[in-house]
Design a binder for this molecule. Structure first.
Ligand SMILES: Cc1cc2nc3c(=O)[nH]c(=O)nc-3n(C[C@H](O)[C@H](O)[C@H](O)COP(=O)(O)OP(=O)(O)OC[C@H]3O[C@@H](n4cnc5c(N)ncnc54)[C@H](O)[C@@H]3O)c2cc1C
Length: 465
């Protein structure tokens, strides 16, 4: 059996792990436009900041691929697919036949049409090549404009600030981290950023990038007319599933590649995983792209197992983040931006301790946790995430959820007439125990790493099929 995997990041690595566990005779080909082994994409901003050494970036070394017998086609990209002939088209007109194909080609940064965008000095920040390009441009930069105040924009802003650059963040919406923070917490975050010397301009957008006669960036003009001097621009206005090479393939494409519960596309034997797909969002109850490392890993593992003859289902995931910026920590999941009273069917519980800088918010829908937002004290993130997974009715202990009370005591499993360890053998309630045992959930729970190191260490060790 010949397995062809397009892409060489976390979803691809997980698929290799799963295939080789089930089929040690099959041949695996890997198509990798980037001339290096898989690396931890979430660490590139920390590398720019000088917070992690270069040795920490590789996710897998050559030895991993060698041990699994993987043949890597470096500097080749998938450029098309002929499913009726069972083959992919590669850079340079090469063709490669497959019995099973995995599309794990990720997402690309969105570059909005802005006057002056093309040319040196303007970079997205999602790959090792972007890291290298920005690293080498840094010595000519004193001021940088970061366009977009989402996760990647804010992490890059912090890294540049730590490198001694004057940073201005420009965001179209009225909040920093608009998908994660609500209005109150965004105000806090913004105050904190400005205390550090990072300027945030909200409700505005870049309409032109100004260049001098040599094409060098001189600054940007905003819709409001404000002009900001800068020598470098980071474009961080989101990523889009990389479906371009598949446009003529006959695959079903919506916002991302559409897959079934086994992560197979509408074309038999062609699977997809990671940032390129639209997979099931457990909270919305619909399929959509959710671009997160642990979800890409899990999808890769499931797709790989199914390519090698398994019949595993991807039950779904939900947006979940845990990150530290400047002096504050944020953890959030699901409907974290829901404002109190906006929708009658949702109940918002919150707790604020301004002196300690602590903010906790839990969003309930029909007495089930649908999302949360934590600032600074993120110790309950695992518990809340477990409650989202378990879809447990929390009405019996709702009052304890956000207050400063001991959660484990308040939520003892016996409160609900269940013996703690009997959960392990109860298929339907297995996840419940994760929610209720903060010390044991870490090993089993799939998506709440609390430090960046854990995001990338998220691995087969905790994720078994
Ligand atoms: C700066 C940054 C910070 C992040 N922080 C976090 C975080 O804190 N937590 C979190 O959960 N997630 C984070 N993410 C998101 C996470 O990195 C992604 O969800 C994850 O990398 C997706 O993995 P993937 O395997 O789907 O594809 P990607 O990692 O996007 O990799 C795509 C692969 O496909 C290859 N490829 C592209 N085009 C082709 C082609 N035509 N043919 C063949 N191969 C191709 C690429 O070279 C690459 O190997 C962050 C991402 C970035 C950029």
């Amino acid at each position: 059996m010949r397995y062809v995997i397009a892409g060489n990041s976390v979803a691809a690595v997980a698929a290799i792990e799963a295939i080789s566990r089930r089929d040690d005779k099959g041949e695996i080909y890997l198509i990798s436009p980037e001339p290096r082994t898989a690396y931890c994409r979430p660490l590139i901003t920390y590398r720019l900041a000088g917070q992690v050494p270069a040795e920490r970036l590789p996710y897998r070394q050559e030895g991993f691929y060698r041990a699994k017998g993987v043949r890597i086609l470096y500097k080749k990209a998938l450029e098309g697919l002929e499913p009726e002939k069972g083959r992919v088209l590669l850079t340079g007109g090469e063709k490669l036949e497959y019995d099973r194909l995995l599309l794990a080609i990720g997402a690309n940064p969105f570059m909005p049409p802005i006057e002056g965008l093309e040319g040196p000095g303007v970079y997205p920040f999602t790959t090792m090549d972007h890291l290298k390009a920005v690293e080498s441009a840094l010595e000519d930069w004193r001021e940088v404009v970061v366009v977009g105040a989402g996760m990647i924009g804010m992490k890059t802003a912090e890294a540049l600030h730590l490198r001694g650059i004057k940073v201005t963040v420009v965001e179209l919406l009225d909040k920093v981290l608009p998908i994660v923070l609500d209005k109150a917490s965004s105000l806090w975050a913004r105050k904190e950023l400005e205390k550090q010397g990072v300027t945030c301009i909200l409700n505005d957008s870049v309409v032109a990038i100004e260049r001098n006669g040599k094409g060098q960036v001189q600054g940007v003009t905003l819709k409001s007319g404000t002009r900001i001097p800068a020598q470098g621009i980071i474009m961080a206005v989101g990523v889009r599933p990389n479906v371009g090479p598949l446009a003529q393939s006959g695959l079903h494409i919506n916002k991302g590649l559409v897959v079934d519960d086994c992560l197979e596309t509408n074309v038999e034997h062609v699977y997809a995983a990671g940032d390129v797909v639209e997979a099931y969002d457990l909270i919305l109850g619909a399929k959509r792209p959710i671009q997160l490392w642990p979800l890409a890993f899990r999808q890769g593992l499931i797709a790989g197992a199914n390519m090698a003859g398994g019949r595993k289902r991807y039950v779904g995931g939900f947006p979940i983040n845990s990150v530290g910026f400047f002096n504050f920590k944020v953890a959030s999941a699901g409907l974290s931006t829901m404002e109190p009273g906006v929708e009658e069917s949702f109940e918002v519980l919150s707790f604020v301790d301004e002196d300690r800088g602590i903010f906790r918010k839990v969003v309930l829908g029909n007495n089930r946790v649908m999302g949360f937002l934590l600032l600074n004290d993120i110790s309950r993130a695992g518990i809340y995430s477990g409650l989202i997974w378990s879809r447990m009715d929390v009405s019996a202990f709702k009052e304890y959820l956000v207050k400063d009370m001991s959660m484990p005591e308040a939520c003892k499993p016996t409160t609900f007439g269940l013996e703690p360890w009997s959960f392990e053998s109860m298929k339907d309630h297995k996840r419940l125990s994760w929610a209720l045992f903060p010390f044991s959930y870490r090993k089993q729970f799939t998506a709440m790493p609390s430090r960046i190191e854990e995001v990338c260490a998220f691995d087969t060790e905790v994720c078994t099929l």
